[in-house]
Design a protein around this ligand. Structure first.
Ligand SMILES: O=C(O)COP(=O)(O)O
Ligand SMILES: [Mg+2]
Length: 221
């Protein structure tokens, strides 16, 4: 299909902050983990600034933020993983326009991949719980490849799995991580305005376009 005057065969879609508002899941799972370790909990504002770089980064940053000993990392990661898996999806919701947007892209014949920095074992059940797993030919978590976004490697490998060239594969994300990875991989990028961008204004990050809802993509292109 044609978008922005170019031909596309596929799209790679980010998960947290792009398809699903998972801030509540992060706050609850971190809260249970920190309480178990006898540490103070973090609030939604901290989570919004810190998510996007994968769970290892989130746990390290959280321990630093609450004054926890970095040596608690292994225990914190194990507790976080257990709690996250138990509440996964309960405090999160699919953003307005996502189902319509994905339906339009599939309807136009694009192959779709979900590529997130979230661990694959968190991402797959979340997509299924929200009823959006069926849109995707493949799903890759932050632990699928040797490096995470903003490194281009996950996008290059996802294009290989989709059987598409990066220049004909659109990245749809919510953060500068997604944009940097896409640019370095050679994928055009579209950014949504409502997600988590490390506290920075997303419209300052260059993209083909910035969307208030995924269902606007075909209209904006
Ligand atoms: O850091 C995370 O877990 C969020 O990852 P995502 O925005 O790449 O889906
Ligand atoms: Mg994201």
């Amino acid at each position: 299909m044609q978008l922005f005057g170019r031909e596309f065969d596929a799209a790679i879609v980010d998960l947290d902050g792009t398809m699903v508002d998972t801030q509540g899941d992060f706050v609850v799972a971190l809260g249970l983990c920190l309480t178990e370790l006898g540490l103070p909990v973090v609030d939604a504002a901290f989570v919004e600034l810190t998510v996007g770089k994968g769970s290892e980064h989130l746990i390290r940053s959280t321990l630093a933020h609450v004054g926890g000993d970095p040596a608690l990392y292994d225990a914190a990661w194990a507790a976080y993983q257990r709690h996250y898996l138990a509440i996964n999806g309960r405090h999160s919701r699919v953003y307005d326009g996502v189902i319509d947007g994905l339906t339009q892209l599939r309807g136009a014949g694009l192959r779709l991949a979900c590529l997130t920095n979230k661990p694959g074992d968190f991402a797959r059940p979340l997509l299924a719980a929200k009823g959006i797993d069926g849109f995707f030919d493949c799903v890759f978590g932050g632990d699928a490849f040797a490096r995470k976004k903003p490194d281009p490697l996950p996008l290059i490998e996802t294009c290989k799995a989709l059987g598409t060239q990066p220049a004909r594969t659109l990245m749809i994300g919510d953060s500068s991580n997604d944009a940097m990875a896409a640019r370095a991989a050679g994928c055009p990028v579209v950014l949504v305005s409502y997600g988590y961008n490390h506290g920075e204004p997303i419209r300052a990050v260059p993209a083909e376009t910035h969307l208030d809802t995924l269902s606007d993509l075909l209209r904006a292109a």
